[in-house]
Design a protein around this ligand. Structure first.
Ligand SMILES: [Zn+2]
Length: 293
């Protein structure tokens, strides 16, 4: 565990886990997954010897899986009201993440998805003790970021590290338009150090560059969707055009790409930039102004 600043500490990983320790409590933000992390958290809780509050920023399995294991210390788990169902109900989590809530998927997932119990919920924006929560919708509907009194901001999966952006075919967000608005909002938030869920810790000046890189990647993705929809394409056609000959590393990744594209088309339709033509038996996504592209 390394000190980030003041009473804020970090355990690097993917996702990284953030800690805030005050007189009364030990706060753990996004405990993560896996046996190794379980042992590390037990050790940290034993050493702190204080009541533990665990905060789950959103329902994705890699952020919450550990709570399905035996942690051997008592804790209270808190999430946002909006993301609680995804944490507590596996079918809902898989359905919301991949769009295909297949029972058989549980075995194929990189992170197994056992249900995890939440003890308390907050409304997005409500504080948890000394920690300020910030609603970061887009990646999931109820994702929250955490700002510690040391002005360290845990951005969860609202901001991806550069390597993550490079390694994935498209940035994964359930609602990419909303994720873009969240990123714009993060430019103005008052923090000194930013901790992405997946990626290295950055000081404010670099954080603004990283946020801009995330914004550009999302804008490129959304603009390409509008452009490629053009005068009308089926969903499967759009997926192939967006992949542009690149192959996903697994069926799971392909399905995540499909889900990001579906999310993008739906949110662009909400903005009037794309329309869904249902006049024939194959629904076609069309750019609203194909001539201007
Ligand atoms: Zn996530």
């Amino acid at each position: 565990m390394q000190q980030v600043k003041g009473d804020t500490y970090l355990l690097r990983g993917s996702p990284s886990t953030l800690f805030y320790i005050d007189e009364q409590q030990l706060y753990m933000i996004d405990p993560g997954h896996g046996g190794k992390r379980t042992k590390q958290l037990r050790k940290i809780a034993r050493k702190a010897n204080k009541p533990v509050t665990i905060i789950l920023t959103h329902y994705h399995s890699d952020h919450v899986e550990i709570l399905s294991r035996n942690l051997d210390f008592k804790y209270k788990a808190i999430s946002s009201i909006l993301d609680r169902p995804g944490i507590e109900y596996t079918e809902y989590r898989i359905g919301m993440t991949f769009g295909v809530p297949l029972e058989s998927w549980k075995e194929a997932l990189m992170f197994k998805a056992p249900p995890v119990k939440v003890d308390e919920t907050i409304k997005c924006g409500e504080n948890i003790g000394p920690l300020q929560t910030v609603h970061l919708p887009g990646h999931t509907p109820g994702q929250i970021g955490i700002l510690t009194p040391d002005k360290v901001f845990y951005a969860a999966d609202a901001v991806f590290g550069e390597k993550v952006l490079e390694n994935y075919l498209v940035p994964y967000h359930r609602n990419p338009c909303q994720a873009l608005e969240t990123l714009e909002k993060l430019r103005d938030l008052d923090y000194e150090i930013l901790v992405p869920g997946h990626g290295p810790v950055v000081e404010r000046s670099q954080a603004l560059d990283l946020i801009n890189t995330n914004i550009e990647a999302l804008k490129r993705f959304l603009d390409t969707l509008v452009e490629k929809a053009g005068e009308g394409r089926s969903f499967q056609d759009i997926v192939e055009v967006i992949l542009d000959g690149k192959t996903a590393r697994s069926a799971g990744e392909y399905i995540l790409v499909e889900q990001s594209i579906r999310g993008g088309l739906i949110c662009l339709a909400g903005k009037g930039l794309i329309t869904l033509d249902t006049s024939s038996s194959i629904p076609l996504w069309k750019s609203s102004n194909p001539g201007s592209q």
